[in-house]
Ligand binder design. Structure first.
Ligand code: SF4
Length: 680
């Protein structure tokens, strides 16, 4: 039927007209490529710079396909901000604009994991969650949680969708857990006395009827992991903010095990099984607690024998509890059924994670699938009890089999090529080496394909460019004359350079630092030496700080990771982006260091494949904060001289937008002064 619908170009023109936009060449090129990919059933990766209008470029062909074929297209995003933009702004306008051409109004829905929705059964008196040790350690947390739960009960009377993200300001994870359930804990709509009014069930039903379902990368990952079928039947997936896909999927596939989790599972199952069966699990929790206190935080390359023995005992004790619990008896009351489900979910979590941790050490480095590390800090201001974490070294196999193997997939973002090639990210997604023959920059990654990569998936990489003229609108300042960054905070020369740049720009500076410590140090130093206000992340909510920064051009905003990707401030309030150092992962980052080691075990270059790729992606994202509208002008300054001098520097520079490059501080300060004067 899609052939009887108006052609794509006509629909796109109608859609663009409805949002008062102008047709943009990159947008048209992208929309046509998406349509072709869907028709041919081939995957597509599209890099589309800020201002391309990429959401319409994938939404219009997606809607045309869904309406024409009577199927569903899933759109996945990394951030709530983009999810809201799609559901609250783009899709309602598009649905109305395209109604006449498509002869019916296309439908859309948003779907998140069950834990994101208020569970009315739990709110109505279902079994409450046990507070975890973090709360018990903090005397203020208990009363704070009580206040938050009271607020949640009031909100429950007003909300129409029961979606946690609607609640502003939000509540702590612990409070939210008192009114929500995981998919494993849910009774199921047919058993639940409130099933017909359930928010999560309503969202699922709406998603099942919709042409377009908007979701997040975590739910996409849970669907791919196959633990539960959470997304409705679909044949096309569009992954927006695809630069974040691997991190989000890795997080969703990360397991956690702590002594508190074992105790909670034992408490929940307590009265449902014989005492001696539950007591074995209690003892395992106590044993784990004592052992983990002596394990240093960080990656575990070998499993200490006492820990192996305790994990084995924990695995077996959890399994014995599940066996003793047995199948649910007919006629069980909903509250009892719910308590049983909660116990079972906790036991299965403990059991499955213990199995995963034990199996992670059963193989050599080259074939290792999971990495294990311990986090926690009893000495911190808010103590964090030790927790064992287990995460996949690679999600390439999962994505290749479950995402690319089962759907036509379109991946898009402003940053998908690194060093001039899609290779680095394609490798992480499980796609074979690039098929668009771009020239790779010197110093690019050299990983070999994983041994199991014998199934070739067809895909195309396409860069539709950017509407910005980077060479005329922005300067890339590489401060080659500065010393390399030190271990003990920012060198004095960096602070002097920063001060001169900020003064020349008249404020208007976004400082992106590789650590919170460096951001605070820079903020403290500049508050003593420059005139305007210096805002520093952590001193208020990031949303409020960004708002303040955008409203007053004389202010500067300094911060770390979330600012590298999340700030969108068009106009003269932002004309200088400064990055203090190349944002390599910390050497003690357990996942990055294990991934690096695994690449080396296969004969590749671990540093370039993992650390340089990570840094290139963040640098490109950070530099992307500068030009947000067609009139924006400014400077991206990188203080770390290694980007000019190191062998991998070429790869990093080739990952940045094509600004006009210079190493001359006087030229940069002159340009910033002129921009400041023009804006005043
Ligand atoms: S169906 Fe599940 S999520 Fe919905 S109210 Fe019942 S128990 Fe809660």
């Amino acid at each position: 039927m899609s052939d009887s619908l108006p052609p794509l170009r006509e629909l796109l023109a109608t859609a663009v007209g409805a949002v008062n936009g102008a047709e943009r060449p990159g947008q048209v090129k992208m929309a046509e490529a998406v349509e072709q990919a869907i028709a041919a059933g081939e995957h597509l990766a599209v890099q589309a710079g800020t201002g391309t209008g990429k959401s319409l470029a994938y939404l219009v062909p997606s809607i045309r396909h869904a309406v024409g074929k009577g199927s569903t297209v899933v759109i996945s995003t990394a951030t709530i901000a983009l999810q809201r933009q799609l559901v609250d702004r783009d899709l309602p306008r598009l649905a109305k604009a395209l109604k006449k051409s498509l002869r019916r109004e296309p439908t859309f829905a948003i779907l998140k994991g069950r834990r994101n929705y208020l569970c009315l059964h739990k709110l109505d008196g279902g079994p409450a969650d046990d507070p975890d040790d973090q709360v018990l350690f903090d005397p203020f947390a208990v009363s704070r949680m009580g206040r938050e739960v009271t607020r949640l009960r009031e909100w429950a009377g007003d909300t129409e969708e029961g979606d946690r993200d609607e609640l502003v300001p939000g509540v702590s994870e612990q409070a939210w857990r008192q009114v929500s359930v995981s998919a494993r804990e849910c009774l199921g709509a047919s058993r639940c006395p409130i099933g017909t009014d359930c928010f999560a069930e309503k969202a699922r039903a709406a998603a099942g009827r919709a042409d377009v379902v908007v979701t997040n990368h975590a739910l996409l990952a849970i669907d791919a992991l196959g633990t539960a079928q959470v997304l409705p039947e679909h044949d096309v997936v569009v992954v927006d903010e695809a630069h974040d896909l691997v991190d989000r999927v890795t997080s969703a596939a990360t397991g956690e095990l702590s002594a508190a989790a074992v105790s909670v599972a034992a408490r929940r199952v307590g009265r449902m099984v014989e005492d001696d069966v539950a007591d074995r699990l209690v003892e395992c929790g106590e044993g784990l607690n004592m052992l983990l206190e002596d394990v240093a935080a960080g990656r575990l390359d070998a499993l200490p024998e006492p820990l192996r023995a305790t994990l084995t005992a924990t695995r077996d004790a959890a399994h014995a509890c599940v066996t003793a619990l047995g199948p649910e008896q007919r006629g069980t009351e909903p509250d009892a059924a719910s308590a049983r489900k909660q116990a079972l979910a906790a036991l299965e979590d403990v059991h499955d994670t213990a199995v995963r941790v034990l199996e992670a050490f059963d193989t050599d480095t080259a074939h290792q699938r999971d990495v294990v590390w311990v986090t926690g800090d009893f000495g911190a201001q808010t103590p964090r009890p030790p927790t064992i974490r287990v995460a996949p070294l690679s999600v390439a196999g999962l994505l290749r089999e479950k995402l690319f193997g089962e759907n036509t997939t379109v991946l898009t973002s402003a940053t998908l090529t690194l060093g001039g090639s899609f290779d680095a990210l394609a490798r992480q997604w499980g796609l074979p080496a690039e098929q668009s023959h771009a020239v790779k920059a010197e110093g690019a990654a050299t990983d070999k394909e994983a041994p199991s990569d014998d199934w070739k998936v067809r895909w195309t990489g396409m860069d539709v460019g950017s509407p910005f003229d980077h060479g005329r609108s922005g300067i890339l300042y590489l401060a080659k004359h500065l010393p390399p960054p030190g271990r003990d905070g920012l060198p004095p020369a960096y602070l002097d350079e920063l001060k001169e740049l900020v003064e020349a720009a008249g404020g208007r500076t976004l400082g992106l630092f590789s650590s919170m410590r460096a951001a605070k140090q820079a903020a403290a130093a500049l508050r003593e030496t420059v005139g305007g206000e210096i805002l520093c992340q952590g001193e208020d909510s990031t949303m409020l700080l960004v708002k303040k920064f955008a409203e007053n051009p004389a202010t500067c905003l300094f911060g770390t990771l979330s600012l590298w990707q999340g700030v969108d401030v068009p106009g003269p309030s932002l004309s200088l982006v400064v990055m203090d150092r190349i944002p390599f992962p910390r050497p003690d980052d357990p996942l990055a260091s294990a991934r690096q080691r695994a690449v080396e075990a296969r004969g590749g270059n671990g540093f370039l494949t993992v650390a340089a790729t990570h840094a290139a992606l963040l640098l490109a994202q950070g530099a992307g904060r500068l030009l947000r509208s067609m009139d924006d002008r400014g400077v991206v300054a990188i203080l770390d001289p290694r980007i000019s001098t190191a062998r991998y520097g070429g790869f990093l520079r080739a990952s940045l937008p094509p600004f006009w490059p210079t190493t001359d501080p006087a030229v940069v300060r002159g340009a910033l002064r002129r921009l400041d004067a023009a804006a005043n």
